[in-house]
Design a protein around this ligand. Structure first.
Ligand code: BTN
Length: 200
């Protein structure tokens, strides 16, 4: 009996709802909008998750993204150069051991002197002169920039002008131009692993 009554009430309520369908829907809409608003408010007030700091690998890469000219370098010809400490004004000196030469005399170590910028990004431009006086009358000037690749590897991209000694009125071919790329190598000095006769 009770079951029968409640069924009838439920049916009555359902048909009432059908009749005033529009109003019921509006109420429901209002509830949805309210819910959405609340969710949006919550999202807006929710504190953004603190981002994790750089990983040790990222920190290492950031630290090594600065190029330091000091050290031992080798170019694609097999020439080596040693750059000493860079002074606070950016000047530096070192030694160059070329693997190739136009000179008749045997190759010897040659002094180099140069200067670099102190670049915020750690990829400075620089220039240096090599005086080949120990075996040649020529002089070479190099200019370039040190780049650090995504693996932290330093590369010196340079261009050079090599001036040979010539007669004043016949010097049209006395200057050569070229490009050398240097990468850092392990070792103590420019003579290391270079044969005593200068051959590679
Ligand atoms: C000379 O031949 O008179 C002196 C040696 C010049 C060597 C040049 S300098 C540019 C190029 N890069 C090198 O490493 N060696 C050659």
């Amino acid at each position: 009996m009770i079951k029968k009554i409640s069924f009838t009430v439920a049916l009555g309520l359902a048909s009432l709802g059908a009749l005033s369908g529009q109003k019921l829907l509006c109420q429901e809409d209002g509830n949805v909008t309210e819910g959405k608003k609340r969710a949006e408010e919550e999202r807006a007030t929710k504190k953004t998750k603190p981002r994790p700091g750089p990983t040790p690998g990222q920190q290492r890469r950031a630290a090594s993204s600065k190029c330091i000219l000091t050290g031992l370098w080798k170019n694609e010809l097999g020439s080596k150069m040693q750059i000493q400490e860079v002074n606070s004004d950016g000047t530096f000196s070192g030694e160059y051991r070329t693997a190739v030469s136009l000179a008749q005399r045997p190759i010897q170590r040659a002094p180099l002197n140069g200067s670099q910028h102190f670049d915020e990004a750690g990829q400075p431009t620089f220039g240096f002169t090599v005086n080949w006086k120990s075996f040649s009358d020529s002089t070479t000037v190099f200019t370039g920039q040190c780049f650090v690749d995504e693996n932290g590897k330093e590369i010196l991209e340079t261009m050079w002008l090599l001036r040979e000694k010539a007669e004043a009125n016949d010097d049209w071919g006395a200057t050569r131009v070229g490009k050398d790329v240097f990468t850092r190598i392990k070792g103590q000095n420019v003579d290391e692993s270079v044969r005593s006769d200068g051959a590679l």
